[in-house]
Design a protein around this ligand. Structure first.
Ligand SMILES: [Zn+2]
Ligand SMILES: [Zn+2]
Length: 373
């Protein structure tokens, strides 16, 4: 796995964020638990280097729960020596070597459960590390910790998530619309059928969909992976999840890209012996999305395979708005290479029809122009 961010924060020597490959730092920060942000952490956990120096890895309490219940559950006792969970929304003073200290504030963000931005403040600099995030334009003034009595803070350097900083991803659907659409598709399907499979791109990041299903349809979710079940039960309450596939109508599984077919292959071991609605969730489905398009589009006319474009990062226009709003003196975008444009698999009958209609409208408009000038 390639790291999304290199780690060092130039304004604060001795720390690294979302990358654990550098040695000899005293404090490491983790914005959230996706694996492109934990590169090198395994070494830190196994080696004595950080432990001996009394160095720490700081993260939100929720991120710690995810790590302890998943990949590194076998290290539990030793992890407690170097993991330092912090409360979201709080500001802490961190002392590092040679009497240096700085403040850090954890700001909650929508991306995956436990994800935060880090706002660092030293005597000389105010630095914002966004981690991966998504925020709609209207919500930016509500980021309380980035304002002082409703005035936006001056930020010297912003390290910012530019994953979808590409013209193909100018807009994404609103998350609230995604939730409403997915809930109504599920509801409609379950009137006459019994099963729905949600195919996720990543293991974490879709908890708001789960909450919407639970809230609006009061359905429990089946997770086919013990670790995920344990983790989500700890984070969202075990009354919402089951580990018996016969007692739930909604199955959650992680799917793999099928390069040959250009589609997705579910890896759930659930046997498809009932009429099942498959919903494939991916932000990349937002390629060439326009406002007003549905978030869900069918793959085929059969109606049992749907694609949900579900944003987990800012669209390009949201990113531009966020940066312009704070106008930091310096901006560093990561990852270095933004998300690639998906191949033909991102195209759906809806999009193809839409594009066909648009190009014929454009052709008509061109004809009118030519006649006028
Ligand atoms: Zn992420
Ligand atoms: Zn990432």
């Amino acid at each position: 796995m390639k790291a999304s961010f290199e780690g060092p924060i130039n304004e604060i020597p001795n720390i690294c964020v979302d990358n654990f490959e550098e040695k000899n730092k005293m404090a490491y920060f983790l914005s959230h638990c996706h694996s492109d942000h934990t590169v090198g952490m395994m070494y830190k956990v196994e080696s004595e280097e950080l432990r001996k120096k009394g160095g720490k890895i700081y993260m939100s309490k929720e991120s710690e729960i995810i790590l302890l219940n998943n990949h590194w559950s076998c290290y539990n006792t030793r992890l407690n020596e170097i993991f330092e969970p912090l409360k979201v929304g709080m500001t802490y003073t961190i002392d590092i070597a040679d009497g240096q200290s700085f403040e850090v504030t954890l700001i909650p963000v929508t991306h995956m459960i436990g994800a935060v931005m880090f706002l660092f403040k030293t005597k000389k600099h105010r630095v914002l590390f966004t981690g991966d995030f998504i925020i709609e334009e209207n919500d930016v003034p509500n980021l309380e910790k980035l304002h002082d009595k409703q005035r936006k803070l001056n930020i010297d350097t912003m390290y910012v998530d530019g994953t979808f900083d590409q013209s193909d991803y100018e807009h994404f659907p609103r998350r609230s619309d995604c939730h409403a659409e997915v809930v109504s598709e599920i509801e409609r399907w379950l009137i006459n059928n019994n099963r729905v499979v949600l195919h996720q791109t990543y293991a974490f990041g879709y908890d708001e969909i789960y909450k919407a299903i639970k809230k609006r349809l009061n359905l429990n979710l089946y997770l086919d992976d013990e670790q995920k079940l344990r983790t989500y039960s700890a984070l969202l309450g075990n009354e919402n999840f089951v580990n018996d596939d016969s007692s739930s109508k909604i199955h959650i599984c992680i799917c793999e890209r099928n390069n040959e077919g250009g589609g997705w292959t579910g890896v759930s071991n659930y046997t498809l012996n009932e009429k099942t609605l498959h919903i494939y969730i991916s932000a990349q489905r937002g390629c060439n999305y326009s406002h007003g398009d549905p978030a869900i589009s069918p793959e085929t006319d059969s109606g049992d395979r749907l694609y949900l474009c579900y944003p987990t990062h800012c669209s390009r226009s949201q990113l531009k708005h966020f940066i312009n709003y704070f106008s930091p003196a310096k901006t560093v975008k990561f990852p270095k290479i933004p998300m690639s444009t998906p191949g033909s698999w991102a195209s759906t009958p809806y999009r193809r029809n839409r594009d066909r209609e648009r190009s014929s409208t454009d052709a008509n408009a061109d004809g009118v122009k030519r006649r006028l000038f």
